[in-house]
Ligand binder design. Structure first.
Ligand SMILES: [Zn+2]
Length: 276
């Protein structure tokens, strides 16, 4: 890499890099940072293979046991990342197989599910601290809030408690694709009692849901999304499916110079421990 000089140029350089990120280079995750933050989205992954075939969904609910591991970025900032456990539960023999460095170090693990969702918008209780990019003030159920337009695909990853809420919807509707959902965070930063609720929103045929940016049906766009299995296994970290490392490369050696908070939406103090 060529070294460049000048603070003005550095600013432009950083802005250009940020702009590249906002186009979704790194795989974005649904992240609710503050108390009351809501995400309004349409799920585009089905809950099982049979239902995916019926509704022409390209992806299916994916899950695994994840360790939340602490990393230090190249800029010295601490952040968390979900790392898939190296042990595999063998249903046939009813026990675990494999080996896992995180388990050896007693890093706790939790079962988490993952789905691709098309996020319309986030609703915040407060205006964006970045005043150059203000959110739209709106009224939702008589509550004043600030709408951050997204119109992009993100990975929705959550744990046991949300899985129970989601399962109730699956039992009731037999599909995940027939309506919008609103997920809301309850709990301030640094709280160890953060929960998230799931609310049903508008119901309509998913083939009629159009991406505002490109004018293309979202289910058509969803065909080119990276595989959830590859994302879960940590093989892919960018939207274009770029593999940033392989099994021969230890996790700690990944280049962490990217904007880590934006990528994962989770800061050190945002440990969203769920009540289980
Ligand atoms: Zn493990």
């Amino acid at each position: 890499m060529t070294v460049k000089t000048g603070s003005d140029r550095l600013k432009t350089y950083q802005e250009a890099k940020d702009a590249t990120f906002r186009k979704g280079k790194f795989i974005p995750y649904v992240s609710l940072i503050e108390d009351g933050d809501r995400a309004l989205f349409r799920i585009v992954s089905e809950h099982d293979d049979a239902q995916a075939e019926i509704n022409n969904a390209d992806s299916v609910l994916t899950f695994g046991d994840f360790h939340r591991k602490q990393f230090l970025s190249a800029r010295g900032k601490t952040f968390f990342k979900e790392v898939l456990c190296g042990y595999d539960f063998n249903e046939d023999i009813g026990s675990y197989e494999g080996e896992c460095d995180q388990c050896d170090q007693d890093v706790a693990k939790r079962t988490k599910f993952m789905l691709w969702v098309y996020v319309y918008a986030y609703y915040h209780r407060t205006q964006n601290t970045d005043l150059t990019n203000p959110y739209e003030p709106v009224q939702v159920n008589k509550e004043k809030c600030y709408k951050e337009h997204i119109n992009a695909f993100q990975v929705w990853q959550d744990g046991y408690y949300m899985e129970q809420l989601l399962r109730a919807k699956i039992d009731e509707h037999d599909t995940l694709l027939d309506r919008d959902y609103l997920v809301r965070r309850h709990g301030v930063r640094k709280s160890n009692k953060v929960t998230r609720s799931l609310t049903e929103a508008a119901t309509n045929d998913i083939t009629n849901v159009i991406d505002e940016v490109s004018g293309t049906p979202i289910m058509e766009l969803a065909l080119s999304l990276p595989s959830l299995v590859d994302i879960a296994e940590g093989n892919i970290e960018t939207m274009d499916g770029h593999i940033t490392r392989d099994e021969a490369t230890p996790y700690e050696e990944v280049d962490l110079s990217f904007p880590e908070e934006d990528v994962f939406g989770k800061e050190l103090d945002d440990i969203d421990d769920l009540p289980f």
